[in-house]
Write a protein that binds this ligand. Structure first.
Ligand SMILES: NC(=O)c1ccc[n+]([C@@H]2O[C@H](COP(=O)([O-])OP(=O)(O)OC[C@H]3O[C@@H](n4cnc5c(N)ncnc54)[C@H](O)[C@@H]3O)[C@@H](O)[C@H]2O)c1
Length: 307
């Protein structure tokens, strides 16, 4: 396949609400992926994080991932350079002031997200659209904490963003048609497919995926199988590309726990109770790949099960 060029699609016309500049708040594994695909689709990107170190390593990660796409001939070297040139790091929220769309993808904690929306709405123009990449938190409730519930929407990307085809779109109760249509057009320009989900805890993908991962952790906790057996069982016995414990480490165990808590509280059903072993790993700060330890230890040449 020939490499794709970054400016193949004009970005500022034919959209219901014209989007030229996109702000991304949080430069962790999701933030850097969203900045990557957004810049590659030709949009200007401002990438924000409270941590200057995270911001620096996000820029290095994006460069590394774009370079890998060049080697695989998915994009051209010119597209890599142009995409990288479109991403501006910003250490303060004021750097997002002239964005047409802002996508929040900071930690999965409702107070943190509310504070971010409060601060960013104060600097944005009134017509700018605000979106959250939350994995599980109510879009209606997050929207209600802003000055623009009708211009607020859930745009839920999958990890790793440059590779995964799907994006879930979630309307809050007040989200207007213009915002929904613009989000649809934006996601389509990124080359992703859309699944529309109603605004219920954890939406579609995580409503199904996370209870499966939590059950795998119970299977480990109750001694039914060890880490290797559980992952091998689901890879070879159910043709899952990754085992559930490997996948939990990839998602981040803090994020997995937050999603289970949202399901448990939001649906008030004991079948969603988070496994105590998941809680213990999070309390230990063993959050998976991002901290080098979770159900596997990633500090050596190859991952070694921690139980
Ligand atoms: N990990 C996944 O598989 C996945 C998939 C889809 C959606 N999400 C959602 O994306 C969001 C981020 O997840 P992640 O896996 O990238 O987490 P992460 O821990 O890799 O990154 C979170 C980033 O947010 C930054 N941050 C924290 N508070 C901030 C603030 N006030 N302002 C700006 N930046 C701030 C942190 O410094 C960190 O860099 C969560 O809401 C999560 O539920 C995660």
């Amino acid at each position: 396949m020939d490499g794709r060029d970054v400016r193949a699609v004009p970005v500022d016309d034919k959209m219901t609400v014209p989007i030229k500049k996109v702000g991304v708040i949080g430069s962790g594994q999701m933030g850097n992926g969203i900045a990557h695909v957004t810049a590659l689709a030709g949009f200007d990107v401002v990438l924000n994080d409270i941590s200057a170190d995270r911001l620096k390593s996000a820029m290095a990660t994006i460069n590394g991932n774009l370079s890998r796409q060049v080697v695989k001939k998915i994009i051209t070297e010119d597209a890599r350079k142009q995409a990288l040139g479109k991403i501006v790091p910003a250490e303060t929220i004021e750097g997002l002031a002239d964005c047409d769309l802002v996508i929040e993808t900071a930690v999965e904690r409702e107070e943190t997200k509310r504070k971010i929306f409060h601060d960013v709405c104060a600097v944005l123009k009134p017509e700018a659209i605000v979106a959250s990449d939350t994995s599980s938190i109510s879009i209606t409730r997050l929207a209600a904490s802003t000055d623009r519930p009708e211009r607020f929407i859930g745009i839920h990307f999958m990890n790793p963003v440059p590779l995964m085809e799907l994006v879930e779109l979630i309307r809050g109760i007040a989200t207007d048609d213009e915002t929904f249509d613009t989000a649809k057009e934006f996601v389509t320009r990124l080359g992703k497919q859309i699944a529309v989900s109603e605004d219920f805890p954890a939406f579609i993908v995580n409503r199904i995926l996370l209870p499966m991962i939590n059950e795998a952790i119970y299977t480990l906790y109750e001694g039914v199988g060890n880490v290797e057996a559980i992952d091998a069982a689901m890879k070879l016995g159910a043709h899952h590309p990754m085992g559930p414990l490997e996948l939990a480490d990839f998602i981040g165990l803090d994020t997995c726990l937050s999603i289970m808590q949202v399901l448990h509280e939001g649906l008030a059903d004991s079948k969603y109770r988070p496994c105590p072993l998941l809680v213990k790993y999070v309390e230990a700060g063993w959050l998976g790949r991002k901290t080098q330890r979770g159900f596997y230890d990633y500090r050596g040449d190859k991952p070694v099960p921690t139980r």
